[in-house]
Design a protein around this ligand. Structure first.
Ligand code: SAM
Length: 232
């Protein structure tokens, strides 16, 4: 089924202005990536918090990707509340220009879309758990894939993970902590550094997160910083 997936040979070959027309000519590239973005709740929540930062959702399901793309198109047409005292042209206030989605198998083609050290944030929110042991290699966090995540994240960049499956949480923590280029960072210290809005969105904005809430399930959050080089 990958034959139907379209992906660029390199990130620079991609026509980013198709996804972010309002940013054409700025040379900006996505700085946040939401891997397995599902219905796009995180992107929609973060868009107004970082209006000048480009964000990319990557989703493997065709219809879900189309839904997110249409959702973003509709949101882009909405008018922001008037700001009478502002002298900035109204077009610059048009919201949701900074979020977009691509259909992609992120486990295979992340480096085709994202360059080295391009990202400051990488999200894995409620990833598919793949419960059975023989299916663990299908998990989105693995040693091989962590090398790719370290490659696309800049030093200081942050991986956010959250799940309602305790076993998967422990799996992600163990694998990421064992990887030499990541160190765990507590929710408290991220909040002190000003990432509280992002953490709130990670916990509550996605469709899967809302479902867990409705079912009164527990959520396990774990965040990791990409360090500059291997500790000696
Ligand atoms: N993050 C969203 C949320 O919190 O609502 C969706 C969570 S859902 C349980 C997992 C999503 O990951 C699904 O939409 C699935 O299609 C997507 N997915 C699974 N494997 C993927 C892959 N290799 N590349 C991109 N997306 C993938």
């Amino acid at each position: 089924s990958d034959h139907a997936l379209e992906y660029p040979p390199t990130p620079t070959a991609y026509e980013w202005s198709k996804l972010y027309p309002a940013f054409e000519g700025t040379g900006k590239l996505p700085e946040f990536a939401d891997v397995g973005c599902g219905f796009g709740g995180l992107l929609i929540a973060l868009a107004p918090l970082f209006p000048d930062t480009l964000m990319l959702g990557m989703e493997i399901r065709v219809q879900v990707t189309q839904y997110v793309a249409e959702r973003i198109t509709a949101l882009r047409l909405t008018e922001p509340p008037p700001t009478p005292e502002s002298t900035t042209p109204q077009t610059l206030h048009k919201p949701y220009q900074n979020v977009a989605v691509v259909r992609a198998n992120a486990m295979k083609f992340l480096p085709n879309f994202i360059e080295k050290a391009q990202l400051s944030k990488l999200f894995f929110l409620f990833p598919d758990p793949h419960f059975k042991a023989r299916k663990h290699k299908a998990r989105i966090i693995s040693t091989t894939l962590l090398a790719e995540y370290a490659y696309v994240l800049r030093p200081g960049g942050i991986i956010y993970t959250i799940t309602d499956v305790k076993d998967l949480h422990e799996w992600m923590v163990t694998h990421i902590e064992e990887f030499p280029l990541f160190e765990r960072v507590s929710e408290d210290s991220l909040r002190r550094e000003g990432h509280g809005g992002v953490i709130d969105a990670v916990r509550t904005s996605t469709e899967e997160g809302k479902k867990v809430e409705r079912n009164k399930g527990e959520k396990w959050l774990a965040c990791f910083r990409r360090i500059a080089s291997v500790r000696s």
